[in-house]
Design a protein around this ligand. Structure first.
Ligand SMILES: NC(=O)c1ccc[n+]([C@@H]2O[C@H](COP(=O)([O-])OP(=O)(O)OC[C@H]3O[C@@H](n4cnc5c(N)ncnc54)[C@H](OP(=O)(O)O)[C@@H]3O)[C@@H](O)[C@H]2O)c1
Length: 233
């Protein structure tokens, strides 16, 4: 996909990775629309990017998620790609997980991205793109993070089937499974304290890999632990 002029909805643009992806896409000439839950942060970023369309959305509200796509389509005059960077995490033993916390994890990390993509798909042209931020824990479910791991593994499984079903439309479905990155996500956990985590990976490398994935197509971005770098395939 040619990024210059591409119309891209970034969901979770108020987050660290979502915000950096939105800025990088804007810098590459894309026309972005934004969603976020924090209205102040969302308005600030929309202003920084020159008054781009922006809509406050709580991802647990399916109707609001669908409506956000309509706002983006109206504001941008169509839609070529969506980037979903919503996410929450929680920590603790699987046997003790709180039901409400587990429900929120799956609502935000798994169900809301599915709803957003379903709402966006009728608008995406052949050759369009979907980027989903899953996580390394989808491949390597991690102790004290069973529900987060499961929510991301479910999203990645769904993305794999969606990609195969969309093959005839040449739509890129990029499943991004980064390792730990210092964004403060773990300090905003819905529950529990993080286990000892490895040093955070380079954010800039992730952002560059996602933009390359959009430009060149690709199925996934994963972490190569031997090379300690991200790999697109
Ligand atoms: N950081 C890491 O180590 C890492 C590693 C692998 C994968 N990831 C994934 O990357 C994505 C971005 O994470 P990040 O590190 O950038 O975290 P972050 O800075 O905390 O961003 C999280 C984003 O999710 C949004 N969000 C959370 N709950 C929401 C809800 N109910 N409704 C709407 N938005 C909601 C936040 O919105 P507000 O701020 O507006 O509330 C924010 O925009 C997540 O999917 C995360 O799982 C992160």
């Amino acid at each position: 996909m040619e990024l210059a002029g591409a119309r891209v909805l970034v969901a979770g643009a108020t987050g660290v990775l979502g915000g950096e992806l939105a800025r990088a896409l804007d810098g590459a000439g894309a026309r972005v629309a934004l969603t976020g839950r924090d209205g102040g942060a969302l308005r600030a970023l929309a202003g920084e990017l020159g008054g781009v369309p922006a809509v406050v959305v709580d991802a647990v509200d399916v109707e609001a998620v669908r409506a956000a796509v309509d706002v983006a389509v109206a504001g941008l005059g169509g839609l070529d790609a969506v980037v979903v960077a919503w996410g929450v995490v929680a920590f603790g033993p699987a046997a003790e997980a709180d039901d409400a916390v587990t429900e929120e994890l799956f609502a935000v990390n798994t169900l809301a991205p599915m709803s957003l993509v379903r709402a966006a798909l009728p608008h995406l042209p052949d050759g369009g793109a979907i980027v989903l931020l899953s996580a390394i824990v989808a491949d390597a479910p991690t102790l004290q993070m069973a529900e987060y791991s499961a929510s991301k593994a479910a999203l990645s499984a769904w993305a794999g089937v969606l990609r195969r079903e969309l093959r005839t439309r040449s739509i890129t479905v990029l499943d991004v499974r980064p390792p730990h990155i210092d964004t403060g996500l773990v300090d905003r956990a819905l529950a529990g304290d993080p286990p000892r985590l490895p040093p955070g990976h380079d954010r800039a490398e992730l952002v560059a890999a996602v933009l390359d994935g959009l430009r060149l197509g690709g199925r996934e971005i994963v972490f190569d632990p031997g090379e300690k770098r991200l790999v697109r395939r």
